[in-house]
Ligand binder design. Structure first.
Ligand SMILES: O=C(CO)[C@@H](O)[C@H](O)[C@H](O)[C@H](O)COP(=O)(O)O
Ligand SMILES: [Zn+2]
Length: 197
């Protein structure tokens, strides 16, 4: 296949996945519920923790930056921390306790009841994401899972699940980041009055 055809096919698959997401009423409701949970946490002095591996680690950082810096307009910063960024913490915990606890230990150290954890796993079963969710549940942190379609071990540990309607990791990630932008927009508007964009 010519590179241009392969690229066009990639855009086509992405558009189809976005169309499935945009018309999935259950998915849109769950995204709205997640935005409400995050708004509630910020209003009561809680914070947002975000974890994920690989491309989803980048998404965790991207989402934290939207809240902490700004997304659509100038406003006060909102407390969001990506658990994927501190190489000293990640290597110390990985080296001393194992990679499966890389996020769990940060959740235990930083998480407080009323905070929200967004745990991103396209497969829904990465061990370090699962242990982070279990620790968050024990602490009374509201647990949100960003995942894909199909069987998801993480669902049992989540108060809210965003199940992107695809089984392809990159397409699931694309839906996650669109959903995260939508969530950040709804939260900004709820907390700061929805100034014009
Ligand atoms: O970005 C990609 C694929 O698009 C990869 O880096 C991907 O995130 C990694 O393979 C992750 O380790 C996958 O983990 P998970 O989403 O199944 O929890
Ligand atoms: Zn990727």
């Amino acid at each position: 296949m010519r590179a241009a055809d392969s690229i066009a096919a990639h855009f086509d698959r992405s558009r189809e996945a976005m169309e499935r997401a945009a018309t999935d009423a259950e998915l849109l409701d769950s995204i709205a519920e997640i935005a409400e949970a995050i708004t509630r946490a910020f209003r009561s002095g809680g914070k947002l923790l975000i974890a994920g591996n690989g491309g989803s680690a980048a998404d965790a950082q991207h989402i934290a930056a939207e809240f902490l810096s700004r997304m659509n307009y100038d406003r006060d910063p909102l407390p969001a921390i990506a658990l994927t960024t501190d190489t000293s913490v990640l290597t110390a915990v990985g080296n001393d306790y194992g990679f499966d606890l890389a996020f769990e230990r940060q959740v235990r150290g930083l998480g407080r009841a009323g905070d929200v954890l967004i745990a991103i796993s396209t497969s829904g079963r990465s061990p370090n994401v699962m242990t982070a969710l279990a620790a968050a549940k024990r602490l009374g942190v509201v647990t949100v899972g960003f995942t894909g379609e199909g069987p998801r071990d993480m669902a049992a540990l989540c108060d809210h699940v965003l199940a992107a309607p695809s089984s392809s990791t990159p397409l699931i990630q694309q839906i996650h980041i669109v959903a995260a932008h939508a969530i950040c927009t709804v939260v900004e508007d709820a907390l700061f009055g929805g100034k014009p964009r």
